[in-house]
Design a protein. Structure first.
Length: 434
């Protein structure tokens, strides 16, 4: 392999002969890709390889490159040229790593200067690069790419460049008709849409060739999402980042939303050179607003000083009576009626997914006609059915405070510790403490 020869020469020259060469960088051809046809629409086609060497211990920065085409391809035949660093010297372009792009240029007349950040080259080392081209979907069949880099085309910031031996000239790559249109495929459908709020399930699309194979080397194509004409509610707009660049052939949207509620929406995904894709239908609902509490499990099975066998469960609902799944309000409970008993247990519970579940409530005195009232800041409260406390049980705490319960007011977002301390203070007042 040419690279092995170059490394051997570096070692030889570094052993005593490098002084005669001076502070110079050396350009050399390395193993070239195979010649052949390249279908229109192909991305990151490997067209040229070359190496840069330092034969002394100094370092230098590779600051720029100009790519020439000795073939017949025109600016309209490609969309991008990229310069890749062959990080593991494998002679194979590995787009998923460890290889990485260090420079690029979009379509234009040849020669093409690549925009790049300076790459530092340490002394006594060989650095190998690939040049790839993205062929336009509308490229003219029969035209060719024959890439070349000369000494004059390489920019090093400190030291000159000289040709070591063979000039880097790539093989002939002949443009052929596309094997069929590349396509966009929706792999994750949009869902969980509420008006003005980012979808809970964001769409993901894939870029594939005509055979359905993922174009894993495509990290440049940009896909745009739009509401499909004639679907959903007239006048609705799609918000968020609607144009997203592919990564490894996959385009992941992150914050799309639609401002108007409606039914049977679809999204259309488009980009140049690919057939478009349309999502499955989905609905956009009105954003839920919590307005009220509702008791789904009534308290029951109460004996003095013993936790109810049926503990209350409370839902946070919107004006239509639907559970607000994202609600996490704190819900407090207080005692009403009865025979002067005291309500014990965890009196304030935070809702999870719109549901507050109490677990250890009890009343110390037997009696009839008790009920519990549940409250939360800003919401309409709820009162349970009446129930009795009967049978034997160990009275806990000192007795009565005259029938009424103690409600702890709770502002939205109040820390749980503060709420608990308030509840304890309330109970001390009920028990006659300070």
């Amino acid at each position: 392999m040419v690279r092995a020869t170059l490394l051997a020469m570096v070692c030889l020259l570094g052993g005593g002969l490098s002084a005669q060469f001076g502070n110079e960088n050396y350009l050399e051809a390395t193993t070239q890709p195979a010649a052949g046809s390249v279908p229109a629409g192909t991305t990151q086609r490997h067209c040229l390889s070359f190496g840069l060497m330092r034969l002394d211990t100094n370092s230098d920065d590779f600051g720029g490159l100009v790519v020439r085409n000795n073939g017949t391809a025109q600016a309209s035949d490609y969309s991008q040229i990229q310069l890749w660093f062959d990080a593991n010297d494998s002679d194979t372009l590995e787009t998923g790593g460890p290889d990485y792009v260090v420079g690029s240029a979009t379509s234009g007349a040849f020669p093409r200067a690549l925009t790049m950040s300076p790459q530092t080259h340490q002394g006594l080392s060989v650095y190998n690069y690939f040049v790839t081209v993205d062929v336009s979907a509308t490229a003219v069949a029969g035209r060719t790419f024959i890439f070349e880099v000369t000494v004059a085309d390489v920019s090093m910031l400190n030291y000159p460049v000289v040709l070591f031996a063979t000039p880097p000239v790539g093989p002939t790559q002949t443009i052929s008709a596309s094997a069929g249109p590349n396509q966009i495929v929706v792999s994750t459908q949009p869902g969980g849409a509420q008006a003005g709020t980012a979808f809970t399930t964001q769409p993901v699309v894939q870029l594939r060739n005509s055979s359905g194979v993922l174009l894993s080397g495509d990290s440049t194509t940009q896909v745009t999402a739009a509401i499909t004409s004639g679907t959903g509610t007239s006048g609705a707009t799609l918000g968020g980042t609607v144009t997203v660049q592919a990564s490894g052939g996959v385009v992941t949207f992150t914050n799309l939303s639609i401002n108007l509620a409606g039914t049977a929406y679809t999204l259309t995904f488009t980009t140049t050179g690919f057939t478009s894709a349309v999502s499955a239908t989905f609905n956009v609902t009105t954003t839920q607003v919590a307005t009220q509490l509702a008791i789904t499990t009534q308290p029951g099975g109460a004996q003095p000083g013993v936790a109810f066998t049926s503990q209350p469960v409370i839902e946070i609902r919107d004006a239509t009576g639907a559970v607000v799944a994202g609600a996490s309000n704190f819900v407090g409970v207080s005692l009403n009626g009865g025979s002067g008993g005291t309500l014990s247990g965890t009196l304030i519970v935070q809702a999870v997914n719109g549901v507050a579940t109490f677990s250890n409530l009890s009343i110390n005195n037997a009696g009839v006609g008790y009920s519990l009232t549940f409250s939360a800041s800003g919401l309409t409260g709820a009162t349970s059915s009446t129930f009795n406390v009967t049978g034997a049980g160990g009275a806990s705490g000192g007795g009565g405070g005259g029938g009424g319960g103690c409600v702890v007011g709770q502002a939205s977002g109040l820390p749980l510790l503060a709420i608990t301390l308030a509840a304890l203070a309330c109970r001390r007042r009920r028990l006659g403490g300070a």
